[in-house]
Design a protein around this ligand. Structure first.
Ligand code: NDP
Ligand code: BG6
Length: 513
């Protein structure tokens, strides 16, 4: 079961007690939770949020009394919302299973309210309906801001004033982007805090909800074999790799204002880096973990232009198929120099990581889709078997790989004797493939994060000082790239990306895994 189910539903305080899925503590009987998806007509709501809520319901993780509301400007009836949601619901647990009963039960709890984002009228009406559904029970209200960032503050202002819970908790999940640099992010935080306490703000980074990212801390802190190795003494470099085998897919309008560094590196990859590199937290409590993450982020050097390579995909024809260039997207302005690929070398100036390059690589429209953490260890000093692994000494170093997606896996490259009478070594893998080891399907990141927000568990959400520290690392280089209009290296759609990434890595004696 989820370790915190029930423990923090009403007040966000954890007691570490464990109850199974669907367990309802007696005092919760009279609690309700209403989840309002603001921007319900949008892409993310349809693709991720409603399906995640249904999966939670299906597995009995949601509190007994819950209601889901969609809110947006589009005119829709409850029935139309239900139809829209039902198009994307699947039985995650077993695709073949017929879960129409469960779907029906879930859809019955879904309602819609149309309204503007900047006026209190719509939210007043929503509040009236929420109160009706709460039927005198203790009301708790969660708002999910699945809307463009320019209206975050409008919604928070109107909703917090008119639809905050009377007597229960009120929380807001805020989607990225949280600003586009240090200043605008600070401005957004200050504006949100005019209406909300920091404890009410749940800044989502969905990579933190991914199974393998959660497991990173388990791997580090519950396995003695890795603990002594986790520093500059043994680790030569760390690589954080994100690639997608498709382009901006109609999100070009959003993307062009942000670029890959803001879209993936400053948040998803940096969050993984922080979890990877932080010191041991005092406990697993959210503030203890977030304190350590902030510390490591604040120890990082500001990224310099010489340590960055940017690229942009161009059109490519393979056989009779042709793939568009980034600038072919009608929502992207002509002549855009926004990077769809970037590689960067980052450094943490503290005792543990002094001099260890943390290399990031992120790109769209590459040859494959994957997200990985690769840890390359140092050479074995005075290696007795040096001559037995061919001439390439690099071959002989250990490498630990956490494959976040797809095909979740952890594997460790070791040197091994090739069986036989001679003495020849090869590089082999000790493998933990999730699909072989565990039968259950892995939940979507949004399921974990929605559940945590309902339970008041903040461990996987971004605190404002973390966000400041993250922007401080990237803001100067982003500004320089834009001011100088640095031309991205063009790479064909579906390729391995710009060769510049290899030169950058080579500057630090690194070869990409
Ligand atoms: P959409 O562009 O689909 O917008 C969501 C809804 O907001 C729309 O259905 C529309 O509803 C309303 N809306 C759109 N544009 C405006 C506007 N200019 N002014 C007022 N209302 C508007 O966004 P997504 O669903 O794609 O994303 C929502 C949030 O999640 C964004 O912050 C995005 O950055 C983030 N995100 C999205 C991801 C994705 O894969 N889509 C991935 C990660 C984060 P209506 O017209 O009915 O009011
Ligand atoms: C989002 C980015 O945060 O993450 C998208 O805005 C990207 O550009 C997406 O496609 C990737 O998420 P996932 O979970 O599909 O790897």
């Amino acid at each position: 079961g989820h370790p915190q189910i029930g423990a923090s539903f009403s007040d966000g305080v954890l007691d570490g007690m464990s109850a199974g899925a669907g367990a309802v503590l007696p005092e919760q009987e009279e609690n309700t939770v209403s989840i309002t998806v603001v921007g319900a007509s949008g892409d993310l709501a349809k693709k991720k949020i409603f399906p995640a809520l249904f999966a939670l319901f299906y597995e009995d993780w949601l509190p007994k009394h819950f209601t889901v509301f969609g809110y947006a400007r589009s005119k829709m009836s409850d029935e139309e919302l239900r139809n829209m949601i039902s198009m994307t619901l699947t039985c995650r647990i077993d695709q073949r299973e017929n879960c129409s009963d469960k779907m029906e039960q879930f859809l019955k709890r879904c309602f819609y309210q149309s309204g503007q984002y900047n006026s209190e009228e719509g939210f007043c009406e929503l509040a009236r309906k929420l109160t009706e559904k709460e039927a005198g029970k203790q009301p708790n209200r969660l708002f999910y801001l699945s809307i463009p960032p320019n209206i975050f503050v409008d919604v928070v202002r109107s909703a917090s004033r008119t639809a905050s819970s009377p007597g229960g908790w009120t929380r807001f999940i805020v989607e990225k982007p949280f600003g586009r640099d240090y200043e605008s992010s600070g401005e957004l935080t200050r504006s949100l805090k005019m209406y909300l306490e920091e404890e009410q703000i749940f800044r989502i980074d969905h990579y933190l909800g991914k199974e393998l990212v959660e497991n990173l801390s388990v791997l580090r802190f519950s396995n003695l074999v890795f603990q002594p190795l986790w520093s500059r003494d043994y680790i030569r470099n760390v690589q954080l790799i994100f690639s997608e085998d498709f382009g901006t897919k109609g999100r070009g309008g959003y993307f062009d204002n942000y670029g890959i560094i803001r879209d993936i590196m400053q948040n998803h990859l940096l969050q993984i880096l922080a979890l990877f590199a932080m010191e041991t937290p005092v406990s697993l409590a959210a503030e203890d973990i977030r304190n350590e993450k902030v510390k490591v982020l604040r120890s990082m050097r500001k990224l310099k232009l010489k340590d960055v390579v940017v690229g942009q995909y161009k059109g490519h024809t393979r056989g009779d198929k042709s793939f568009p260039a980034y600038v072919d997207d009608p929502t992207v302005p002509n002549g855009s120099v926004t990077p769809t690929f970037a590689a960067a070398a980052l450094f943490i100036d503290n005792a543990r990581w002094d001099g260890v390059p943390f290399l990031m690589k992120a790109g769209k429209a590459l040859h494959t889709r994957r997200a990985e953490i690769r840890v390359q260890f140092r050479r074995v000093p005075g290696n007795l078997y040096r001559g037995n692994v061919g001439t390439d000494l690099d071959m002989a170093t250990n490498e630990l790989v956490l494959r976040v997606q797809p095909d979740e896996a952890i594997y460790l490259k070791i040197n091994n004797k090739v069986p036989g009478l001679g003495m020849r070594l090869d590089s082999s893998n000790l493998n933990l493939f999730y699909s072989e080891r565990y039968q259950r399907e892995i939940p979507d990141a949004y399921e974990r994060l929605l559940l945590d927000a309902i339970e008041g568990e903040r461990r996987l959400f971004i605190r404002s000082d973390e966000l400041d520290a993250a922007w401080a690392i990237f803001t100067p280089v982003l500004r320089e790239l834009e001011e100088k209009r640095v031309a991205p290296e063009l790479y064909p759609y579906g390729s391995r990306g710009p060769v510049g990434a290899h030169y950058l890595a080579a500057n630090y004696n690194v070869r990409w895994g």
